[in-house]
Design a protein around this ligand. Structure first.
Ligand SMILES: [Fe+2]
Length: 221
């Protein structure tokens, strides 16, 4: 399985092209503003067949050119139902995009534990609310990789002050659903450099605060 990064748009959002060289199947995870033509050119160059386009969540910087790429490739757009309202109206948010974003039609609503298959690799959907109510991560246990969107970054976690955000929810999502995975899992976030869960456990102060809080709650109860 090959992972290629496309960092683009006004706030440096990362879209990932994930493909299997043997079957030529591919999935695109998030499509930042200004990125669809670059991604599509690469898909054509490699002769790939785009099976899925997945939104880790509905914020405009992650779906900026998703509809355009869906039109170009004919692929099915997948997202969690919780963020469908954002994808339907990406311009009506408290922090609006610098230019109009085309609404995105979701064809496949993803739920916890649904598997998306790319060649021999199955990606499990992990519902991780907190940054937004419909935030998801995609985890391939066979390949030891997780795509975390804006839930977990190298050295940080997603903001929780936007509509449907929740610090309690993101804490639970990270501690129970992400940090329960093995140490050697590679982390591919929606912004910034990649990491590993081992590194985030050891160095991410936000993650450490979540666990410290959890610990203090369980001892005071
Ligand atoms: Fe976001």
């Amino acid at each position: 399985m090959v992972i290629e990064k496309f960092e683009d748009g006004p706030i440096w959002t990362i879209g990932y092209l994930v493909y299997d060289e043997e079957s030529k199947e591919t999935m695109v995870i998030d499509v930042p503003m200004w990125s669809s033509e670059k991604i599509y050119r690469r898909i054509r160059h490699l002769g790939l067949r785009t099976k899925y386009i997945v939104a880790t969540h509905g914020h405009w910087d992650h779906i900026g050119e998703m509809e355009k790429l869906a039109d170009l490739t004919g692929a099915e757009v997948c997202a969690h139902l919780g963020d469908e309202w954002l994808m339907r109206d990406p311009n009506g948010t408290p922090i609006p995009p610098p230019e109009q974003v085309e609404p995105v039609g979701v064809g496949n609503f993803l739920e916890e534990r649904v598997k998306l298959q790319i060649g021999k690799t199955g990606f499990s959907v992990i519902h991780t609310p907190g940054h937004s109510v419909g935030s998801i991560c995609l985890y391939a246990d066979g390949e030891n990789v997780i795509f975390t969107g804006d839930t977990l970054f190298a050295g940080s976690i997603g903001r929780t002050d936007l509509p449907t955000g929740s610090i309690e929810e993101i804490s639970r999502s990270i501690s129970e659903k992400i940090m329960s995975l093995p140490d050697d899992v590679r982390v591919f976030p929606g912004h910034g450099p990649e990491s590993t869960l081992k590194k985030e456990r050891a160095e991410n102060q936000f993650v450490q605060m979540i666990f410290a809080e959890k610990e203090s709650k369980s001892t005071t109860r």
